[in-house]
Design a protein around this ligand. Structure first.
Ligand SMILES: O=C(O)CCC(=O)C(=O)O
Ligand SMILES: [Fe+2]
Length: 297
């Protein structure tokens, strides 16, 4: 049998980005995508929407589990442009929580009221007041130079609040930031940040992709399991990150073959040195995540 070669984890948060993410609940990275890459994603949105009988031109369109719909979207599961940020949070238990496209045309009625993502009656923040149990990566594919363009709006620093008076309304709130970003921008959002969506009163259709990650033991948002034949078309890391297990408890204790997901970015090792006696097998070991190491430093 051929020996598996493992990949080193792609880059993630710089110290400064981690500080901003913790303070604001979001980071915004402009010029993350070239125009060619933006076009490639727009074409994939076009392929998926035009093949869907539910799609109506000029109307709001949203679709989940897009990674299964198009190979360009499958490439996002472990894309080195962003997966390292998610790996910094969820390490060896990284899972894809959800993958979505949104088409928000002028005059759309479907725009969102203030909410955090995730659980309602018992929000993630109750159990995880510091770290997000979900991180949502936004790929912005339309120039949004001003407000009222179907923009995402966030309340900076609100990711540690359980209550917010604007909840379930569209009301503008002091401290909100209307994201006016050029196409090619990427955002990384803490799932507990309060956010809403602007109406679209422009003559431009807003198109974007969201790809969210969580620890494997959290329920995914857009599938129970993935199609086995489709999984065969993926590379090793993509297949692991989908976590399509037959045994529910594998989400907490994945099988040995799913380790390592990635090698450590600094040491290139599949394990942390000096924390276990030698007899402990790799799949039974805890490995430190980036934020644990940063807290230690
Ligand atoms: O489309 C947006 O900008 C945000 C959508 C949203 O809030 C969500 O899908 O949870
Ligand atoms: Fe949301």
């Amino acid at each position: 049998m051929e020996k598996t070669t493992y990949r080193v984890s792609p880059p993630g948060f710089s110290e400064e980005q981690w500080e901003t993410f913790n303070r604001d609940g979001i980071i915004i990275i402009e010029n993350a995508l070239s125009d060619v890459e933006v076009d490639e994603y727009l074409q994939a949105i076009e392929r998926v929407s035009s093949a869907d009988e539910k799609y109506r031109e000029g109307q709001h369109y949203g679709r989940g589990n897009i990674v299964e719909q198009d190979t360009v979207f499958a490439g996002l599961i472990d894309h080195p442009r962003h997966v390292g940020f998610a790996y910094d949070l969820y390490g060896e238990l990284l899972k894809l929580h959800q993958s979505q496209i949104f088409v928000r045309p002028p005059g759309e009625k479907n725009y969102n009221i203030w909410h955090p993502d995730g659980a309602r009656a018992l929000p993630y923040g109750v159990f995880s007041p510091e770290l997000p149990l979900q991180i949502k990566i936004g790929y912005w594919l339309t120039d949004l130079p001003h407000d009222k363009m179907g923009n995402l709006v966030v309340l900076l620093g609100s990711h540690r609040k359980q209550y917010m008076d604007g909840y379930d309304t569209h009301e503008s709130t002091p401290g909100e930031k209307i994201l006016c970003v050029p196409k090619g921008t990427i955002t990384l959002m803490h799932s507990s940040i309060w956010h809403r969506v602007e109406p679209n009163e422009s003559n431009v259709t807003r198109r974007n992709i969201f790809i969210a990650y969580c620890p494997a033991w959290l329920t995914p948002a857009d599938r129970f399991q993935s199609d086995p034949q489709w999984l065969e078309t993926l590379n090793r890391e993509q297949r692991i990150i989908m976590r399509s297990y037959n045994q529910p408890y594998h989400n907490a204790k994945p099988p040995a073959k799913d380790f390592p997901l990635f090698l450590d970015r600094e040491t290139n090792s599949d394990r942390d040195e000096g924390v276990y006696l030698n007899h402990v097998e790799l799949h039974r070991r805890k490995r430190k995540t980036m934020h644990e190491k940063m807290a230690q430093a």
